[in-house]
Design a protein around this ligand. Structure first.
Ligand code: ACM
Length: 485
């Protein structure tokens, strides 16, 4: 039976000798602590020839040896150790094995939308725990949207003060103080994750307009939005200037390119968030600005990208912004389908042609907020219907946007939008097991390149993760297609 490792490592050799039998931990149900003890007691060697985040791990009856070139590599070796711990009647055991591992892509992200439903620091920390254990290394926080502005800024305290009272569906809102944000950044860093903050503009800015009506246009309400409002109960009224919005419509709000004070405002906001963020990226959104005239759209995303660049950060934008004039090196985040439609791949390629890289978030594969099937109690279905675990797994990053070399793919990201997602239980249900598909797409060798990088092998490995998740209190979904036992 193959080892239950996720994401599958670059190279695994089972040695076949007797297993390691560590002394049972005080709490026999806590593999994570046992892995920590084993890693602390391991023979450790710094090896600068091992690339960033990579490691070599050897386990045999005599003990554990780890070599890595950086701290992240040692951390990831420990995550692998936790997955190797098994047990029989005699107690815990680890199979004798040699693993040589390194990520396929440098950027492996998960996104949490804290704007539609606010999620407090403890929930964000829980997401960091879950993601980092799967060797994901970026937490993208979608901090602002029509339904909320979730970060207090010293330069503009009115944004959060007036824009954070509610969440989608009329639920309670919330916001992070600068100290809360620092706590998240620090917690992530301890687990080798960067935080990528996003201020979504020029669309998705209704909540911003609650305190800055002079910067936003009147909401553009379409027949499609009226239909969406009729479809789901609890969405409150249609968007109205100056009133908080708690529904699920998108594309109705916009900044005004000609608004006096827009540029200094963006300099304040993006500059302050950049200064609060140690990671190299700042995301300025750019998606679904359906109510923004194209000329104004291009002017505003160009301005935002330029300001981000001047803060010293690398700008990231959703793929729509690729058509605008952006600084060289701006990163594009593709959220079209696995098989591109409507020229979304052209937009993504535009980032590459000006020397930027792309992050792949194909919506009909790794949008974690899609329902698994019609019975799933939370989530949406707009990305080509529900997304089974199998569909989340059967795609490869190199095959989505044609004519882009693998070197131009920065990595992958699995977004969790939260229109319907209220708490950690909802997050767990939608994230597990599908986040494992994203983790393998970002870390493991190409789909189909080894027997283990196949759906048939994955569905077995996922099933064997269940005890580890149960111990960690993760409320995973016993989704169809997985070989649960
Ligand atoms: C998106 O889903 N609007 C990026």
């Amino acid at each position: 039976m193959p080892l239950a490792l996720i994401p599958w490592p670059a190279a695994v050799r089972e040695l076949g000798g007797p297993p390691l039998r560590p002394a049972p931990p005080a709490d026999p149900g806590d593999r994570r602590s046992l892995a920590g003890l084993l890693a602390a007691a391991a023979h450790r060697a710094d090896d600068p020839t091992i690339g960033a985040e990579g490691y070599r791990l050897r386990v045999d009856a005599d003990g554990v040896a780890i070599a890595a070139g950086d701290d992240a590599g040692f951390f990831y070796a420990e995550q692998t150790l936790a997955q190797l711990i098994d047990a029989d009647a005699e107690g815990p055991l680890l199979p004798a094995v040699e693993i040589s591992d390194a990520p396929r892509f440098p950027y492996r992200g998960v996104m949490l939308d804290v704007a539609r439903h606010f999620h407090g620091v403890e929930t964000v920390e829980a997401v960091i725990d879950r993601a980092s254990a799967l060797k994901l290394n970026a937490l993208h926080l979608h901090l602002t949207d029509d339904q909320g502005w979730r970060l207090e800024l010293a330069s503009h305290p009115e944004l959060a003060a007036e824009g954070s009272a509610l969440s989608s569906l009329g639920d309670a809102g919330g916001r992070y103080s600068p100290a809360d944000y620092r706590r998240i950044v620090d917690y992530a860093a301890e687990r080798h994750m960067i935080v990528v903050p996003e201020v979504d503009l020029p669309g998705h800015t209704h909540a911003l307009g609650l305190s800055h009506p002079e910067l936003v246009a009147d909401p553009v309400v379409t027949d499609l939005m009226r239909e969406v409002h009729d479809l789901f109960p609890g969405q409150g009224e249609l968007p109205r200037r100056g009133a908080p919005y708690v529904g699920m419509a998108v594309g109705f709000s916009s900044l005004r390119a000609d608004a006096p004070g827009l540029e200094p405002f963006l300099r304040d906001v993006l500059g302050e968030i950049a200064a609060m963020t140690p990671g190299p990226y700042l995301h300025f959104g750019g998606d679904e600005a359906l109510g923004t005239p194209p000329g104004e759209y291009h002017a505003m995303v160009s301005l935002a990208a330029r300001i981000v660049t001047e803060t010293g950060k690398t700008p990231i934008a959703w793929h729509e912004a690729g058509e605008a004039d952006l600084p060289p090196g701006t990163v594009g985040q593709y959220w079209g389908y696995v098989t591109p439609t409507e020229g979304h791949d052209d937009s993504a390629r535009a980032f590459v042609s000006r020397g930027g890289r792309i992050i792949l978030s194909p919506a009909n594969a790794i949008y974690l907020d899609m329902k698994y099937d019609d019975e799933t109690p939370v989530g949406l279905t707009w990305a080509d219907g529900p997304t089974s675990v199998e569909r989340s797994y059967r795609w490869d990053p190199a095959d989505v946007v044609a004519e882009v070399p693998e070197s131009a793919i920065l990595g992958i990201e699995a977004p969790m939008w939260t229109e319907t997602v209220r708490d950690l239980a909802d997050i767990d249900l939608l994230m597990f097991p599908r986040v494992c598909s994203a983790a393998e797409a970002g870390w493991s060798p190409r789909l189909g390149s080894t027997p283990q990088r196949s759906w048939e092998a994955f569905r077995e490995r996922v099933a064997r993760m269940a005890p580890l998740w149960a111990e960690a209190g993760i409320g995973f979904h016993r989704a169809a297609g997985i070989a649960w036992r």
